[in-house]
Design a binder for this molecule. Structure first.
Ligand code: DAK
Length: 257
């Protein structure tokens, strides 16, 4: 597929997707979401790819869903048109997805970052859910994922006032894993993807699945899922290799089996 709104690059075993609508600060219109979904599906199916980085420009990761595209929609367009479906596909990527956020991550941009598994941000990043200023509310996780990550009080403040968090506050609030200098952002995200890429792919998949369950169910159910996935690692050759390598004081050589 030829892409018009994203740029793709492969660095080692890491796929890098750059959102590329600079004149609109990477506003997420239907075409961007469709192309991003397609790219993630392609990377998911590629055995050479271990992790994916999603990034934007220095000024904007994404300034939100495209307001101009949404402006004329009515209730029926939004609900019956199933506007949410393509967005949900992004959160279902099976491989680890790292958001490398510089500049604005607002509205749907902040929600897109939160759909990723890990968020790294540059020191100029700004996160916010300003939908209240447009007379609407977040619709792709900005009330749910945000509240689980930063807690009710800060999520309420952000969602009810539209106030943005800078990088330092985002890190303090556990919204991001780490803040890095802007000039190193994508390199750091790729490096992180490569560190993950050196592990066993099937076991990484199980670990991702287990952590995600923590956000979707009760502690009791989550612990059961974790235990089953832990047992499942014992069905892999890589688990055997990992423990043997430890005993033999050498690095493991995982075969992704
Ligand atoms: N949509 C469309 N165009 C946008 C945009 C956006 N979200 N953000 C910026 N742009 C465009 C501007 O219109 C402008 O275009 P021209 O006028 O030059 O044609 C260009 O990008 C540059 O923007 P500015 O001139 O405004 O640049 P500044 O540096 O002065 O300001 C800013 C940067 C980020 C503070 C400002 O652009 C801004 O406030 N942007 C809007 C931020 C926002 O309100 N975001 C939330 C949008 S609502 C859902 C999925 C997702 C969503 C909901 C449901 N489902 C699947 C159910 C999400 C909703 C949203 O994200």
């Amino acid at each position: 597929m030829a892409y018009e709104t994203i740029l793709l690059e492969t660095r080692g075993h890491v796929g890098v997707v750059q959102l590329n609508r600079p004149k609109a600060l990477n506003a997420l219109n239907a075409q961007v979401i469709a192309e991003l979904t397609e790219a993630l599906n392609t990377y998911d199916a590629n055995p050479q790819i271990a992790a994916v980085v999603i990034t934007g420009s220095d000024k904007a990761f994404a300034a939100g869903a495209d307001i101009k595209e949404m402006a004329e929609k009515d209730y029926i367009d939004a609900s019956v048109g199933n506007f949410i479906a393509p967005w949900q596909a992004i959160a279902r990527a099976r491989k680890p997805v790292i958001a490398a956020v510089a500049g604005y991550a607002l509205g749907g941009g902040c929600e897109l970052a939160m759909m990723c598994d890990i968020i790294l941000c540059a020191d100029n990043a700004k996160f916010g859910q300003p939908e209240i200023n447009l007379g609407t509310i977040p619709g792709a996780g900005g009330t749910q994922r945000l509240a689980r990550v930063v807690g009710k009080s800060k999520a309420m403040e952000m969602v009810l006032t539209g106030r943005m968090l800078d990088a330092a506050e985002a890190e303090r609030s556990n919204l991001v894993a780490r803040v890095v200098p802007l000039e190193n952002l994508v390199d750091e995200a790729v490096k992180l993807g490569q560190v993950i890429g050196d592990k066993s792919k099937p076991v990484v998949g199980m670990a991702k699945q287990a952590v995600n369950v923590a956000y979707e169910t009760t502690l009791e159910t989550g612990l059961q899922v974790e235990r089953q996935l832990f047992y499942a690692t014992f069905a892999t050759e890589d688990r055997r290799e990992g423990m043997a390598a430890f005993g033999e004081k050498r690095s493991p050589e995982f075969q992704d089996r």
